[in-house]
Design a protein around this ligand. Structure first.
Ligand SMILES: Nc1ncnc2c1ncn2[C@@H]1O[C@H](COP(=O)(O)OP(=O)(O)OP(=O)(O)O)[C@@H](O)[C@H]1O
Ligand SMILES: [Mg+2]
Length: 466
């Protein structure tokens, strides 16, 4: 870790503490949720370079100014976290509820997902069908009101859910009720005196009231943040949707599909919009003549390009690509991947690339997160994940990749993943731990030991191979 970075981090930490001391209710969440993820960045080169390029003093001044700015503003100001991460997803939960009354049940599409994406980074999200990848992407662009957790873009909270806070209030009330009942029983049985009873009951009530007050303030802050998101900030996040057929309105021409976003943002100059549409089409390798045609008149690959052009016309800084190539044939896949790669370089985009196949993200993404059943099970850099695949689900995904050599392909053993057989979480629940620098895995203590042994074995094998 460079000297400059150390100084900068210390200063950043001390400013954060000042901030927390002044507004504990509002900023506690940020600190709590950043604890785990901050560690991921420790060994990230990009993080280090960005600090090296900047003057430490200048950074600190900017930081102080930002904090002062926040403090000056009214009580409910959109939350702000200062770090050089473009997108931060903290403990995201997205549940869907069905039915009514006793038939009401919930589906945990995404359950406690956290990750951070750095500027210019391509972050891959991989997992089987139905594991919650699209739901994560849709939650980021605010197509859903998220159930719990927070999403920060460029440090500003753009989405948050209050279910956890509501539950905390509910359970605090229940705990208080039980405590008071216990105290009343003790008093009745003569275990404690009236004076002791009153004193303990008063302190329990005060404790519960404080928790409720803090949680209510947090809920208010969440509601405020959800209703005061800067549209210009949201415009910077665009999504290429999974289905190139259904995501394009069949009754609209290509021009109106692509320029719709511009119009919603208040750009009503037809000539200018047309120019931007043509520019976007050209970027994705299509021509101006296509503007008056309808989606059904295009091939699958062309439709996918129209979807990309629709996202690009808004001049995004952050692009969510939801399986942009899985609906396409192999020859067009490479074209789209190359196109996205070029656009990434040209426009300085940061990407969240969703796929269900590890081979697709291997060369394209800097870091890869593996999801299973709404949870993140492993997170590492691309090279590290392929060097040390540890979680049985990651191994299963890797074993599914066909090998180009017919001889080795013949001997490929397909590993199936069965969570009941692979894990024993009856004694200890798993947690997301950093097993190697930048390599995170969902595991409990015995599993961590096992994985450490596996790493040693893999390293020894690779050395002997060389
Ligand atoms: N709007 C919704 N209402 C109810 N349930 C939903 C909704 N959207 C998604 N789900 C459910 O959430 C789960 C996750 O869906 P999601 O679309 O995120 O999966 P995915 O990982 O993108 O899968 P695929 O690779 O097939 O696209 C699924 O079980 C799905 O049925
Ligand atoms: Mg999907």
């Amino acid at each position: 870790m460079s000297e400059k970075r150390k100084i900068n981090e210390e200063k950043l930490e001390s400013s954060k503490k000042t901030l927390l001391a002044n507004q504990p209710d509002v900023y506690q969440d940020i600190q709590e949720s950043n604890v785990n993820i901050d560690k991921v960045n420790d060994d990230n080169d990009e993080h280090e370079h960005s600090f090296e390029n900047n003057d430490v003093k200048k950074n600190e001044e900017i930081h102080e100014e930002k904090i002062e700015e926040i403090k000056k503003k009214c009580k409910f100001k959109q939350e702000y976290v200062d770090n050089n991460v473009i997108l931060s997803v903290n403990h995201l939960k997205q549940y869907f509820f069905f039915g009514k009354g006793t038939n009401r049940y919930k589906l945990k599409a995404v359950h406690d997902v956290s990750f951070q994406i750095h500027e210019g980074e391509c972050f891959g999200l991989v997992g089987e069908s139905g594991c919650g990848k699209t739901t994560t992407g849709r939650s980021i662009i605010r197509l859903y009101n998220i159930t719990s957790g927070s999403i920060y873009y460029k440090g500003y909270r753009i989405g948050a859910g209050s279910r956890w806070n509501e539950k905390e209030i509910k359970y605090t009330k229940i705990r208080l009720k039980n405590k008071l009942k216990e105290l009343a029983a003790d008093l009745k049985n003569g275990k404690i005196s009236q004076e002791e009873h009153d004193k303990e009951a008063a302190s329990a009530k005060e404790y519960a009231e404080n928790i409720i007050k803090v949680q209510k303030a947090k809920i208010k802050q969440i509601k405020h943040d959800n209703t005061h998101v800067d549209p210009k900030l949201m415009q910077e996040i665009q999504m290429i949707f999974q289905d190139p057929i259904d995501s394009l309105d069949p009754r609209m021409t290509v021009e109106s599909i692509i320029s719709e976003g511009l119009q919603i943002q208040g750009h009503h100059n037809r000539a200018e919009n047309h120019k931007k549409v043509v520019e976007a089409l050209e970027k994705v390798g299509l021509i101006e003549d296509y503007t008056n045609r309808y989606p059904h008149e295009f091939s699958g690959g062309q439709r996918q390009r129209i979807g990309i052009a629709r996202a690009l016309v808004m001049n995004p800084k952050f692009l969510i690509c939801d399986e942009p190539i899985s609906a396409l044939d192999v020859s067009i896949r490479a074209q789209i991947i190359n196109l996205l790669n070029d656009l990434k370089e040209e426009m300085g985009l940061s990407l969240l690339f969703i796929a269900h196949d590890l081979s697709v993200v291997k060369y394209f993404c800097d870091r890869i997160a593996v999801m299973y059943f709404g949870e993140m099970v492993e997170l590492a850099t691309s090279d590290e994940l392929f060097k040390h695949p540890l979680h049985p689900y990651t191994k299963s995904l890797l074993s599914a990749i066909p090998k180009p050599n017919p001889l080795t392909e013949k001997n490929r053993v397909r590993i199936t993943y069965n969570p009941q057989e692979s894990h024993d979480y009856s004694v200890e629940k798993p947690r997301f731990v950093e097993i190697l620098p930048g390599h995170w895995i969902l595991a409990n203590t015995p599993e961590i030991e096992k994985y450490k042994e596996e790493i040693k074995e893999l390293d020894a094998n690779s050395k002997s191979d060389h």
